[in-house]
Design a protein around this ligand. Sequence first.
Ligand SMILES: Cc1cc2nc3c(=O)[nH]c(=O)nc-3n(C[C@H](O)[C@H](O)[C@H](O)COP(=O)(O)OP(=O)(O)OC[C@H]3O[C@@H](n4cnc5c(N)ncnc54)[C@H](O)[C@@H]3O)c2cc1C
Length: 321
Amino acid sequence: MNTLSPAQAPDTLPRWLAGPRIGALPAPDAGMAAPLLSFEFFPPRTEALEAQLWACVRRLERLAPRFVSVTYGAGGTTQARTHATVERLVHETSLVPAAHLTCIGASRAEVDEIARRYWQAGVRHIVALRGDPPPGQSVVPRADGYAHAADLVAGLKRVADFEISVAAYPETHPEAVSPEADLDNLKRKLDAGASRAITQYFFDGEVYLRFLDRCLAAGITAPIVPGVLPVSNYAQAARFSGLCGATIPAWLTRMFDGTEDDPETRRMVAAVVAAQQVRLLQANGVDEFHIYTLNRADLAYAIAHILGVRPVPSGQSAASA
Ligand SMILES: Cc1cc2nc3c(=O)[nH]c(=O)nc-3n(C[C@H](O)[C@H](O)[C@H](O)COP(=O)(O)OP(=O)(O)OC[C@H]3O[C@@H](n4cnc5c(N)ncnc54)[C@H](O)[C@@H]3O)c2cc1C
């Protein structure tokens, strides 16, 4: 027998070395400032989910994020739960909470009243969004409501001097007539008083970096913070991505292929994918990240660690860290 395995064949090394050379991504070193992080939670529906959320909050609190945000069901479906979660963050943690607030399906007076209650409760940061109609229904602005998020931002600024974040879409919002019109809308939201945008999640770092180029060319200089979604449940992410216009690259599908009944491997793959994504952005100079935690601490904590973020000694808060 004299058969050579593929690795023993004489052309093996030339074949291995035939591809493009890729420089290693730099690891955060001691002299490099740790990035600013924010974490997003959703208001829990059950006692079990409530316990999961607060375990997650407590673990991530040690990383002294710049702020943590709590989502809001459009049309007010989670209004009480969002409010209760945000109030608890104010009273029981050292975290700086940001309350998501949507305007679709509500009157201006109703939205303003919710904002006033947040201000009275000590909340100074709102993530201002239009929201989506219930599945199957189309967007019909109310005559007495805020039609778009830019109108909501202006309305919130009239209520109080909130810090306001808005949504941005590296792959363009599905309803936008064109990428340019969507960018004009982002600029209107910032001009109306928002100080930062947080992006819809994306998986292709180049798409986001090109979007930053387009923002800058359009005269936008506010931070467009990348929203990072660690994909712990590929099937669910694929379904949701179809609705919100985030592309699932073929390589991502291949990465998760065959892990449907193997949650342990899936989580390891998820960690690798998220680590690649954030390291690429960090190597390109991005030093603020918003992590969609889905109320689970492990992947979010690992991503923060990879980015060079370490727990602060107890007693120090985000503001003092
Ligand atoms: C970081 C982030 C957090 C989110 N959190 C929540 C949440 O907590 N709860 C929730 O329900 N949803 C949330 N969403 C989803 C969001 O509500 C939807 O994506 C919604 O469809 C659009 O909201 P918006 O604030 O971007 O809307 P807008 O900025 O108002 O834009 C919506 C669409 O209208 C177009 N548009 C805007 N103004 C005009 C105009 N004057 N004329 C014509 N077209 C116009 C825009 O181009 C865009 O296509 C979040 C999204 C992101 C990225």
